[in-house]
Design a protein around this ligand. Structure first.
Ligand code: AMP
Length: 398
């Protein structure tokens, strides 16, 4: 029950309407710590309810300490991507629906005029991507002096994307803040730890090890392919299969994105496509098409892998395997949302075997080989030698 977390009725009513009946493990841990006034260092991948884990205490803080005459926002949430910013924004609006608090979003790639409305309107909570917000700070359109909470969402991703410097600068602009909350998919990397050390003060460390029930149920399969043509045939077969409702197909480059979208169109499968360097309005339109069901295939480069929360994605398909295992985990996490079952399929050629082996070791979960009648691979699959050290034979005692 959310009431046990000492949240006001306005917030409990909002979460009930959002369909949340009880807090997830990260929410149970992070909300009390944040309401206690502590900095929070949270390890929580998407899908664990991390967004509400920082938005709920942030909104409660504003309810507890009202300040009538603020010109600028008191709470700032930084996210690595525009899509994630928009999702956090939507959730923030829902959570604060009965509080009278104002929420705004500032992202790159869209008209600056829209930002002015947000910056001028004395918004309580701003959700922003670092680059665009920093431009506003530099041009003195946004003042960080009234910021009391700074929340860094998917900090690991922000560092990966090279935002470390800008985020540091925003942190120092916001030096009068009372609290900082840092959320990261994992805290295993030294980079995130070092960064966290510079922006947090004596943080309470919390981690979402989701209970079995919360953990998404994702079946993971692999199809071995002889070559690109074979891959295309496998993909087409999978996309036409009966249990396919909505699929995200991941590719490694925008050239591949373009080529694959075209191939799918040629065989009569309509799809939407998103990639990083796309004008924001086009990206939003493509996502909308997919969300609304106008198309049920979304081809995407890795920008789409993180954060995007589209319920009812039945299949996450790796047309190209990612280079690293953690990106694989993020990609397949786009399916199996909100307790639904998901299927993750990787199409793998001989040169992908080393990465597949890495992924298997990293996830420690079964990724089962599958075959489609009539589309079986002609070549044998090369086995990767196990890297486990061989047990040394016990030396015979002399
Ligand atoms: P997140 O980890 O923030 O990306 O959240 C993943 C999904 O879980 C989102 O669709 C949320 O709306 C949903 N969610 C968050 N908290 C809860 C909760 N306590 N109960 C049920 N669903 C939730």
């Amino acid at each position: 029950m959310f009431e046990t977390l000492e949240l006001d009725d306005e917030l409990c009513r909002a979460v009930a309407e959002m369909g949340f009946s009880k807090p997830t493990s990260i929410q149970k841990e992070a909300i009390p710590a944040a309401l206690d006034g502590a900095d929070v260092l949270a390890s929580a991948p998407t899908g664990t309810g991390k967004t509400a884990a920082f938005l709920l205490p942030a909104s409660q803080f504003l309810l507890d300490f009202p300040k009538p005459h603020c010109e600028f926002a008191r709470i700032l949430v930084l996210t690595p991507t525009r899509e994630l910013a928009l999702q956090v924004y939507e959730q923030a609006k829902a959570i604060t629906a009965y509080t009278g608090q104002k929420v705004g979003v500032i992202i790159g790639g869209i008209n600056y005029g829209t930002d002015h409305a947000v910056l001028d309107e004395a918004t309580d909570i701003i959700i922003a991507t670092p680059g665009r917000l920093f431009e506003h700070i530099e041009q003195e359109r946004f003042d960080c002096r009234e910021l009391e909470w700074l929340i860094l969402d998917e900090a690991d991703r922000m560092l990966d994307m090279g935002f470390g410097g800008i985020v540091q600068q925003i942190c120092s602009e916001a030096r009068w803040r009372k609290q900082t909350l840092l959320f990261s998919a994992t805290l295993n990397s030294g980079d995130v730890r070092r960064f966290a050390h510079t922006v947090l003060k004596n943080p309470v460390e919390v981690s979402a090890s989701p209970s079995r029930k919360e953990r998404p149920k994702i079946l993971q399969w692999v199809h071995y392919a002889d070559d690109l043509q074979h891959k295309d045939a496998l993909l087409e077969h999978i996309l036409r299969s009966e249990n396919m409702e909505k699929a995200i197909v991941f590719v490694k480059t925008r050239e591949r994105l373009h080529a694959l979208s075209q191939k799918l169109h040629e065989v009569g499968l309509s799809c939407s496509a998103i990639r990083g360097e796309m004008p924001q309005d086009k990206r939003i339109a493509a996502l909308e098409q997919f969300k609304s069901g106008q198309t049920n295939i979304l081809v995407a480069t890795d920008v789409a892998a993180r954060g995007i929360d589209i319920p009812e994605v039945s299949h996450a398909i790796n047309y190209d395997l990612p280079r690293t295992a953690d990106v694989y985990v993020h990609r397949i996490g786009r399916t199996g949302r909100s307790g639904n079952k998901g299927i993750a399929i990787s199409l793998v050629e001989a040169h992908d075997m080393t990465v597949l082996d890495k992924i298997r070791r990293y996830t420690d979960e079964p990724i089962k080989p599958q075959k489609i009648a009539g589309l079986e691979p002609k070549h044998k699959v090369a086995k990767i030698p196990s890297k486990k050290p061989k047990k040394k034979k016990a030396k015979k005692k002399k």
